[in-house]
Design a protein around this ligand. Structure first.
Ligand code: DGT
Ligand code: CA
Ligand code: CA
Ligand code: ZN
Length: 585
């Protein structure tokens, strides 16, 4: 079938959906759907047919034929464009949820302002749908199932969602009698920024009890495949989880194999071949005799290949094999290296918890220091004023003096500035001088064009009081792309001025992401891994930021919030005490 026909089919189907969503004529919508099907299944390329021939296709009338001609001529259909413009893309995505349908999607948008699949899943979790007429607990369940089906067709989930599921599965299977080892592998262990499916491994002599327990988990909505070695389920939230049970003796080889990445595994297999060995998920074998050499632990497998154990976050075929062979593998920054969090909010702006509550929760994490950085007046909906922030500073100072009550943790007073359209900031320099540190971030005007956005970020970095550029690209995973700026120029400015770049740990941001971290690092920039917490549970997001920093090959020394407070304070003074040293790797 010609591709043109597929395009036209999709367009007409969308038009039919849009008519339904906007409360248009159901008869008309059905007619377009029928035409869409007919065109999709037609054997001749519709772009090569004249109007007379088009009208011979069953279900195709004059208005459909006109739209095909318009599409062929201009690449768009104005009637479709008009309807599209009135509805957020997220709502149109919701209409594709199999069990929901366009009409109810529109109801949810109008009544509860739900405008994306993600928001819908959250609303169901909070049981907000069941009070609407025509919705109930049962409908909520069905819609969740529908979301699952939709996600299964290519959707990836954020790190925290996958981690939550993986932790529950591993905890449950570890309780099953006969469990020798249980862990997650795959992209989640490598901490990729989004996860396709969760891969869980169990080491045990008998697999049946684990497969049974797995398919009976309360959140297992559906068993996709069930076998002796591998079983796959889909959770109520639509995430696929694969369970593989392996003999305890092949644990190391299996964990190495199923952690991936595929590209990394190709390299390790090549290396095995060069040693006259064969590497598979069952172990490392002598290629000639087939004799099993090692497979009990990952360390053994790597050692036999002449490699040190390689941290999973580095297993992406980005040079780690060569470095490992040469004894030059970087030692990535670890969770335990983090001494504090430098970008957090309270209920003075858009946070959920009060200052004392956030500080208390931070102290429980064992931090040596903690910065409170509520929004500045530039984000006008946050209603910040000079008086409010100065009053907060008094409270912060008092908390800091009472550090004994917080396990010796020091509390710093900062703010998150808003980088204006021209690179200007919320407060004049003399006011900014009163803060212990300033984060500066872009929150609007994302489409200014490359030159303007670059200038904006560079200007912010050049301000003598700006210490950290917050979520530098402003991307939202799956929702908003990175702004178009010349990041190499921004990175160079940050290195020159002693301004750190943030690795924002919010799982839907992870900004900078691994690839830009790798680029920024070559400029000799420093980084701050921050939770950007808006509530106490958000403080735990730090781990996703650390994982991302590891993937970007950052070491402890690259990350300012691993430093002792005295060294950090010197950096925050920004008085030229840093000497950027461009790096090659
Ligand atoms: P994902 O699930 O798309 O986020 O990414 P991964 O890396 O978790 O990929 P997945 O779940 O397909 O496979 C898990 C690991 O299994 C993968 O990282 C490497 C290993 N593996 C190696 N070769 C193969 C292969 O041929 N097929 C599959 N399915 N897995 C393989
Ligand atoms: Ca996976
Ligand atoms: Ca998988
Ligand atoms: Zn923030």
């Amino acid at each position: 079938m010609a591709r043109a026909n597929d395009e036209v089919e999709a367009l007409l189907r969308e038009y039919a959906d849009l008519i339904r969503i906007t409360g248009g004529d159901a008869f008309k919508a059905r007619a377009y759907e029928k035409a869409a099907r007919a065109i999709g299944g037609h054997h001749e390329d519709v772009f090569r047919l004249d109007q007379k021939a088009l009208l011979k296709i069953p279900g195709v009338g004059r208005s459909v034929a006109d739209k095909i001609a318009e599409y062929l001529g201009t690449g768009a259909v104005s009637a479709v464009e008009e309807l599209r413009a009135g509805i957020p893309a997220g709502v149109r995505e919701m209409t594709a949820i199999p069990t929901l349908g366009p009409k109810r999607a529109m109801t949810l948008y109008k009544e509860l302002h739900i405008a994306s699949v993600r928001e819908l899943a959250d609303a169901i979790e909070q049981e907000r749908l069941r009070d609407l007429p025509g919705f109930g607990p049962r409908t909520e369940e069905n819609i969740l199932h529908g979301i699952g089906l939709m996600l299964s067709s290519g959707g990836r989930v954020p790190l925290n969602v996958a981690t939550g599921v993986a932790e529950e599965v591993v905890a449950a299977l570890s309780e099953v009698t006969g469990c020798r080892r249980c862990a997650w592998a795959g992209s989640l262990r490598r901490m990729r920024e989004t996860i396709g499916d969760v891969d869980v491994l169990v080491a045990a002599d008998r697999s049946a009890p684990f497969m049974a327990a797995f398919t009976r988990l309360p959140y297992a909505a559906e068993t996709i495949a069930r076998g002796e070695k591998k079983t796959s389920i889909r959770t109520t939230k639509g995430l696929q989880v694969d369970l593989r049970v392996v003999p305890p003796d092949s644990w190391g080889a299996a964990l190495q194999y199923f952690t991936g990445s595929k590209a990394h595994n190709i390299r390790t297999r090549e290396l095995a071949v060069r040693h006259g060995l064969k590497l598979s998920e069952y172990g490392l074998f002598d290629a000639a005799t087939g004799e099993l050499i090692v497979s009990r632990t990952e360390e053994e497998v790597y050692a036999r290949l002449g490699l040190p154990w390689i941290p999973p976050t580095l297993r992406e075929d980005r040079g780690e094999i060569q470095e490992g062979l040469e004894g030059e593998l970087p030692e990535p920054v670890a969770d335990r290296d983090i001494r504090g969090d430098l970008h957090t909010h309270t209920d003075l702006t858009d946070g959920l918890a009060g200052l004392e509550e956030m500080v208390e929760a931070a102290a429980r994490r064992g931090y040596a220091y903690y910065a409170v950085t509520d929004h500045a007046p530039g984000l006008s909906m946050q209603r910040m004023t000079d008086e409010k922030i100065l009053a907060q500073r008094e409270r912060v100072r008092a908390l800091d003096r009472a550090q004994g009550a917080h396990r010796g943790m020091r509390v710093l007073h900062g703010t998150e500035l808003d980088i204006g359209p021209d690179g200007g900031l919320d407060w004049p320099d003399d006011f900014l001088a009163g803060f212990d540190l300033c984060v500066a971030s872009i929150h609007s005007h994302f489409h200014q064009g490359r030159a303007a956005l670059t200038r904006r970020l560079v200007r912010a970095a050049e301000n003598p009081h700006v210490n950290i550029i917050g979520h530098p690209t402003t991307r939202m995973l799956g929702r908003r792309p990175a702004v178009d700026a010349d990041f190499d120029e921004v990175f160079a400015a940050c290195a020159r001025t002693g301004t750190a770049l943030e690795v924002n740990a919010q799982p839907d941001r992870l900004d900078l992401g691994d690839e830009l971290i790798l680029r920024a690092r070559r400029h000799g920039v420093r980084f701050a891994v921050d939770s950007d917490a808006h509530s106490t549970p958000h403080l735990d997001f730090m781990r996703y930021g650390v994982g991302t920093a590891q993937r970007g090959r950052l070491t402890k020394d690259d990350v300012i919030n691993t430093w002792p407070l005295t060294r950090l304070r010197r950096f925050l003074r920004k008085d030229g005490g840093t000497h950027p040293c461009p790096r090659s790797g």
